[in-house]
Design a protein around this ligand. Structure first.
Ligand code: ZN
Length: 415
């Protein structure tokens, strides 16, 4: 009996299971049919047409795209470049800076721009006059030699890209260059380029890394005022072959290349043919930023397009930062800035430049040639400017924006 009872029970269980499977199967079929209905493409109800559900699955069965291109998501690191114009030291500048029989302090002149320059990762200044120090005998116009304390002031302000290729670099011959480099050894984090005391030094590419961005820095001058060049490596002259080779070597070692060019017509706010020619060469070579010095007045900024469609930011001339020149345009300079983005996707990275800006500066000094100050325009008081300062601001902005109307004219309070 036990056996029979069990067999009846088994039969009931089997019937129940078959019924259950039928109900589940039917439910799934109904569910699938219902799911088909909303699947409408271009207004046609696909549920009524002969569509193979294996070929065109219902919309809700499309697997969600969970791979949100995590591997291709770019990472961006940023750095700021800033550059100022010529540091042109006349005897009045060092008389004002003198603090002892044989010692000088130029830092007060830079005090107002120091908080701004400190915000830059790459900060450029041009030594128009060679700081060979008092041992070589200080000299003013026309063959200059400046106190070595100029170097202390530049380093203290925060400059780490120094151009030492100007028409005055060889005013004291090779000795001036050697003395300047000897002093710069006290600041090993600063790249000083454009002149050299050996071929090996000239051939070494100066690279500074900030925020994971490696910037190579090169510098050239149009000439040396006829001063003899004892060795070719003593100063980098603007030369198509030399520049091409240097830029290519720099690009192999760095993320971006910044080139300082000592060029242009003195006193002219217009870009000359030679600047155009070499500016285009640098753009065609893929240089990222061109930093122009020498005209002693401001010139516009401009985006140049290289032969590969690349963009190069050309700062044609930054004017004077510090001098004792006499005319208003010669006492006007600027801090030229731009943001550098390094965009890395997988194994490759590229440099993008954005938000160019200028903080115009006024080179103030008293009627007795004392109390020199490099003042951002927004810190200039009426008594510190001989004339209509509002009109001068408008003129300056118009020059700077000639080719880039949207250029930001910034204030020191922004930093
Ligand atoms: Zn010059």
């Amino acid at each position: 009996m036990k056996k029979v009872k069990r067999s009846v029970a088994n039969r009931r269980l089997i019937v129940s299971l078959v019924l259950l499977l039928f109900i589940i199967g039917f439910s799934i079929f109904l569910g699938w049919s219902y799911g088909q209905r909303p699947y409408i493409v271009d207004g046609i109800d696909e549920s009524t047409s002969q569509v193979n559900p294996e070929v065109v699955p219902p919309a809700e069965e499309v697997p969600p795209n969970t791979e949100t291109t995590a591997e291709q998501e770019p990472t961006i690191t940023s750095a700021t470049f800033m550059g100022t114009g010529d540091i042109l030291i006349h005897y009045t500048n060092w008389e004002d800076a003198q603090i002892g029989p044989k010692s000088y302090d130029f830092t007060p002149a830079f005090a107002a721009i120091k908080p701004i320059i400190q915000q830059a990762n790459f900060a450029f200044a041009n030594e128009e006059t060679i700081p060979g120090g008092i041992e070589l005998g200080l000299q003013s116009y026309p063959q200059f030699n400046s106190p070595s304390e100029v170097i202390d002031a530049l380093a203290d302000t925060g400059f780490n890209l120094i151009q030492q290729a100007s028409n005055h670099t060889l005013d004291q011959g090779e000795a001036g260059i050697a003395k300047a480099y000897e002093k710069w050894q006290e600041y090993p984090d600063v790249a000083v380029v454009g002149s050299a005391t050996s071929q090996a030094q000239r051939d070494e590419v100066a690279i500074i890394e900030q925020n994971g961005i490696k910037a190579a820095f090169l510098a050239y001058t149009y000439g040396t005022n006829g001063m003899p060049i004892p060795n070719e490596y003593n100063v980098n002259l603007i030369d198509r072959t030399l520049i091409t080779a240097d830029v290519k070597r720099a690009q192999e070692q760095a993320d971006l290349v910044i080139v300082g060019m000592h060029w242009g017509d003195e006193g002219s706010s217009e870009v000359n043919a030679m600047q155009r020619e070499y500016g285009q060469l640098l753009a065609d070579l893929g240089v990222d930023i061109i930093v122009g010095t020498h005209p002693h007045v401001l010139q516009p900024v401009e985006w140049l397009t290289g032969k590969d469609g690349n963009q190069t930011y050309a700062i044609w001339s930054m004017g004077n930062a510090l001098s004792t020149q006499l005319e208003i345009p010669n006492l006007t300079g600027g801090i030229f800035g731009i943001t550098i983005d390094k965009v890395t996707t997988g194994e490759t990275s590229e440099i993008q430049l954005r938000n160019p800006f200028v903080i115009p500066t006024w080179n103030y000094y008293t009627a007795a040639y004392r109390d020199f100050l490099i003042l951002p325009f927004d810190q200039v008081e009426a008594s510190q400017f001989p004339g209509d300062f509002a009109a001068h601001q408008a003129t300056t902005e118009a020059i700077l924006r000639t080719y880039v109307p949207e250029l930001t004219i910034a204030k020191s309070i922004d930093f």
